[in-house]
Design a protein around this ligand. Sequence first.
Ligand SMILES: [Zn+2]
Length: 508
Amino acid sequence: MSDGSKGLKIYNTLTRQEEKFEPLDPANVRMYVCGPTVYDFAHIGNARPVIVFDVMFRLLRRLYGEDHVTYVRNITDVDDKINARALRDYGFEIEAGRLTLNEAIRRVTERTADQFHADVQALGCLAPTVEPRATEFVLPRGDGRTDMASLIQNLIDRGHAYAAKGEILFDTASMPDYGQLSKRRLEDQQAGARVAVDPHKRNPSDFVLWKESSIEEPGWEATFTVDGQPLTIRGRPGWHIECSAMSAAYLGEVFDIHGGGLDLIFPHHENEIAQSRCAHGTSEMARYWMHNGFVQVEGRKMAKSEGNFVTIHDLLNTDAFGGRKWTGEVLRLAMLMTHYRQPLDFSVRRLDEAEATLQKWADAQKIAAQIDWRTLNARRQEANPSSAVLNALLNDLNTAGAVAELNRLYKVAVSGNEEAAFQLVGGWSLLGFSLDEIFAHADVDAVAHAALADDVEPLIEKRLSFIREKNFAEADRIREELSAKGVQLMDYKDTETGERRTKWEVKR
Ligand SMILES: [Zn+2]
């Protein structure tokens, strides 16, 4: 195997060490990140992993090539919180027989997933390569991709799961090194169990893989074979099994990076590892485990009862935080000013600081006064970040260091140094700041940008009309034509009208 290391170092939660990143297959670097449970607006704590791993995705694409990275982020659309929300919002319609529970659930999850997409797009995040929904991976699939029921059957067959009281449970005692990620030892958990243990569990730490649904709860008819006998349970999956199924479905049994927030280490990621390793008979699930730190708001733990519960939607669209709206770019920079593993205090002061930095960067006229800004803009697709910016990111995704380096470059660029200006542009782009947003603030640049837009916009319109006519071959051809010119298209759904729209940026 060729050496796929590109100087990237990652702190691996599994080993508690910083390690050189070497992908299993440099031609297809694979990353999985746990996505949102879609029952309500995403809060600012949810935004952090989305932004952090978006930067990781961009960095990996830069190191290994755009077509050589697969990023999977799931949508959890089966959860008791979703059921509760469907009953709260549509209970009246359900009772009147106008909606079934399943239809009400679908309304909640689709509405919430659309909100989530609009939010993270405003934060400048690329769409993941694949975004699977849990409900589509519960039962065996036509395309043969890994599903939850089959994984559970594997676990039963291999002696890692058992049936009790309408549930299928994972037998933690069947896995000698259970607890490796969180460093919790099974014996400690058992000895220290003060809470009354469910009598149907063999061990206190055993967890649910499949659970029977009551008549008012959504359920799938799944038939398992236990001790040679068929056992049909109309039920729903436990939380952890979906990520084991969807990661295997798109990334294989063992893949490179698994990410998420610190709060997911136990029990969620610990149990994902247990399920995946035991179902596949592998010694690992993912090679590198990355976890972002907690987010506090104005120095306190975020909680609805504290009155400091902040959603991305509110920050972008209302005056709820600091008495004004904030742009997605400001929120993004506010997150990236701190290293991802550090705790982060989300405050109005922090947002003010991020905004001041962006305004300074956006003040491109100062640079333009010194150098030929139009030339720079026309060449911006060739722009590379400085090696100092790149090195900061290679050092366990040190975005705080990268931001400090961009501030230093800005000072050099303003003094008329074209090379520094060029590297500044490359650095913004690598961190995922839309150049168009930044350039839009500069009058001089508007002229140059408009020139490029004149070429691109009509083609985007043409492509959208081909898509409406279902002429996907022509639509793809236009996408490729623009891609060859360095223009990247991103489709999204207009949250007001539901129409498909396209935005564009110039590729790094
Ligand atoms: Zn997960």
